[in-house]
Design a protein around this ligand. Structure first.
Ligand code: TNX
Length: 535
């Protein structure tokens, strides 16, 4: 752990409290290294400040910085080139350091952000938006030096647009949300029993017949290819890669509305009756919340022709390296049939030039395409052999994304009184629980080198609006972001650093509390959890 290595004992007034009573900086996720000098004069951003670049490679980020700093402060800044004044922000790219890394120097002489690449520069700008505080009618950032880089390459947020459909603007808002926390993957759960949300030209009935409804009888919707391209481009401009998920072979009731010949009859379980869930009927839209009742026909070649059509078009639409094939909750499918399906479909994705991703159940298969990345959604303490399934991906030479449901699932209630959300993952997930887990300590044999990254899924059974999304995601998405980005917690915390500068729950809690006003100005409808002392 290199956390706070720069905060050497005796460094002048390191992390001393400011007038506001908080420590000098409140950056989330916690930077890899940070030195602050509360006795030095701060940087001041004002109406005459400009965002400056020395070379054209930083100009796109400079334009974005004007927007982001504008949203954070209300100031209407301009871009410029060449040397500037002490109130300007200078953006530079200097290749050589690790991908996505940046350094930031703030002082009364100005702010300089140097990115190893455009992504790093963008993250430095995001850090600056968090450093700026309104004081005496001006926007100030305390004098500080930050050197920062991510722990994990894959830092994801998943949005379920199948149970409830969210229009392009809402998805863009979520991209803004997630990228402000230095997340770099948007996993879109595009299909499920309740609806098919992506246009496939060779299979037009999918969106004609299987997209019009959502859960609870709410309206449906789907993305045209132009919509999807718009999302992909917007995500790319914020350095996020889109991972599209087509959930197979279960979670496919909607496919049967369009192409009934591909679908098995729904399997009605005692559980559905016990929990008073809506009973699925073949050929009718499903608007309930049961899972595990649907399947494509495993022993029919037409199924694989269908999957090839979908994967081929999806691969063309997706510049990123991954296509997620789902694979979760195959409750109504014989294990041997499920394995056969996973083997064939991961190979279809690999043959289309993409890296398959699958939920951990697919690890039960031995003939899976070896490049397949697993996504672990079991609990922090694995049950039911889910750890064995997750380990299979690693044994094949691939990696795993960690999404423990009882900590990383953003659709769980915060506490029993939360209106939105579910409770199946070990009851409600407090902010503290969302923060207090370590990816390398969940599955034996899956350590740092086997973990591609961390993802926080947001399933939408109970969510209808952008505000609902924000309420469930903030502040817990910040927990996932810190786990994914910041160095692993040090075995012993440094006595010299202020508690809120530590990669600990109390440090996180204090820093997140400082971000409330920024989130409000940015239009993020966060849940003002009583676990946090909000500024
Ligand atoms: C489980 S975990 C699911 C989803 C539900 C979610 C609700 C997993 C891969 N599948 O189908 O939406 O729980 O929390």
């Amino acid at each position: 752990a290199v956390a706070l290595a720069a905060c050497t004992p005796g460094s002048a007034a390191s992390h001393a409290p400011s007038e506001e009573g908080s420590s000098v900086t409140a950056v989330v996720p916690l930077p890899a290294s940070q030195k602050a000098d509360a006795s030095a004069k701060p940087f001041t951003l004002g109406t005459s400040s400009t965002v400056r670049t020395e070379a054209t490679d930083a100009e796109a980020t400079a334009r974005l910085a004007v927007q982001l700093l504008g949203a954070a402060t209300g100031l209407r800044l301009q871009t410029a080139s060449g040397a500037g004044s002490a109130h300007d922000v200078v953006l530079r790219i200097a290749a050589g350091a690790s991908p996505e890394s940046y350094t930031l120097q703030a002082s009364a002489a100005g702010v300089t952000i140097t990115g190893a690449d455009e992504a790093g520069l963008f993250y430095g700008v995001q850090t600056l938006t968090q450093l700026l505080r309104e004081r005496d009618g001006t926007w100030q950032a305390e004098a500080t030096e930050i050197s920062d880089h991510p722990r994990f390459a894959y830092r994801g947020a998943m949005l379920d647009v199948a149970r409830h459909f969210f229009p392009v603007d809402v998805v863009k808002h979520y991209i803004d949300d997630a990228s402000s926390l230095k997340l770099n993957v948007l996993h879109l759960h595009l299909t499920d029993d309740q609806g098919w949300r992506i246009r496939i030209d060779s299979r037009p009935k999918l969106t004609e017949r299987a997209s019009t409804t959502s859960m609870s009888g709410d309206p449906g919707g789907f993305y045209t290819k132009a919509d999807f391209a718009d999302i992909v481009a917007y995500a790319a401009s914020r350095h996020m890669t889109v991972v599209p998920e087509i959930d197979l072979p279960g979670h496919t009731h909607a496919v049967g509305l369009a192409y009934p010949e591909l679908a098995e009859a729904p399997v009605i379980t005692d559980e559905m009756k016990k929990f008073n869930q809506q009973i699925p009927v073949a050929g009718e839209p499903y608007t309930g919340d049961a899972v595990g009742f649907s399947s494509l026909k495993i022993h029919d070649e037409a199924t694989y022709t269908f999957v090839e059509d979908v994967v081929r078009e999806l691969a063309v639409m997706t510049p990123g390296p991954y296509i997620h094939i789902g694979g979760d909750e195959p409750h109504s499918i014989a294990p041997a049939d499920y394995r056969l399906f996973v083997d064939r479909v991961t190979k279809i994705v690999a043959d289309a030039g993409k890296t398959p991703v699958a939920w951990h159940e697919a690890g039960a298969s031995t003939g899976i395409a070896p490049s397949t990345v697993g996504q672990y959604w079991g609990f922090r303490t694995p049950t039911d052999g889910m750890d064995d399934q997750a380990r299979t991906f690693v044994e094949n030479g691939a990696k795993v994304v960690m999404s423990p449901a009882d900590a990383a699932y953003l659709d769980m209630k915060y506490d029993a009184s939360t209106a939105l959300g579910l409770t199946w993952a070990n009851g409600p997930t407090s902010v503290e629980r969302s923060y207090s887990w370590e990816p390398t300590k969940i599955v034996d044999g899956i350590g740092e080198q086997s973990i591609l990254g961390v993802e926080a899924p947001l399933w939408s059974e109970t969510l209808r609006t952008a505000d609902d999304i924000d309420e469930m995601a903030f502040p817990r998405l910040a927990s996932a972001a810190e786990i994914a980005w910041s160095p692993a917690p040090a075995a012993h915390s440094s006595a010299e650093s202020a508690p809120d500068a530590e990669r600990t729950w109390s440090g996180f809690r204090a820093r997140v509390g400082q971000l409330g006003p920024l989130w409000t100005r940015e239009g993020i409808h966060f849940f003002a959890s009583p676990e946090i002392d909000w500024a």
